[in-house]
Write a protein that binds this ligand. Sequence first.
Ligand code: PGA
Length: 254
Amino acid sequence: MKRQRIVAGNWKMNLDFNEGRDLAIGIIRSIGSSDVLTILCPPFIHLHYISVLTNGIANIEVGAQNCHSARNGAFTGEVSAAMIKSTGASYVILGHSERREFFDEDDALLAEKVNIALASGLHPIFCCGEKLEVREAGTHEHLVRTQLENGLFHLDSDVFAKIVIAYEPVWAIGTGKTASPAQAQEMHKFIRSLIAERYGQEIADSTAILYGGSCKPDNAAEIFSQPDVDGGLIGGASLKAADFVAIVDSFPQS
Ligand code: PGA
């Protein structure tokens, strides 16, 4: 079963307008034509400009890092899924551990965000993953199962097919500590088994599951060579064009 291979760059709250433009241009210039889908996820202020820059380039898409759960309304400072879609973006990261931790986003809110994103024509990149104490207690699979059941598994199978999943162990994000390729494979295989349980093997086999957490040019190839790892969600290393493109180029030859 051939799944879409994806590398998404999560710029987080970095880069002003000019810096973001330069990074996007640098990536566009050096990215080769491959069957890897590259998704640039900058802060909101960059979405429209980068969507225009990447318009018509087959293997590059643009995504946001969050959206509000409501369609529109009196929510000062917030951005709706429909607004994101109108910029030309087609993805949105939801449930990132920083949103869960610093903005108190729980599974019930994330389920609402997933719904509004899909209804607005966006593909959610849904993040799950455990903190260090959960891993040490050995309950990481239980936690990830709960995150997926509460945030995603209410969806019907036809819409679930639009979802990308990112497994990001919180202890590996921005810490320089990656999950070992074996740890990533074990969790990705487990996530795929949960999807198979809920939606059947065919949908499980076609769902892209990305790894995130200190993924860099020097470790991406080993992680991406695992059978259930379909790519990466890249934070720090997505801020330099050369590093990011090297990660995009890290898949084994198919
Ligand atoms: P990192 O971040 O690559 O800097 O660890 C990954 C993420 O938070 O998506």
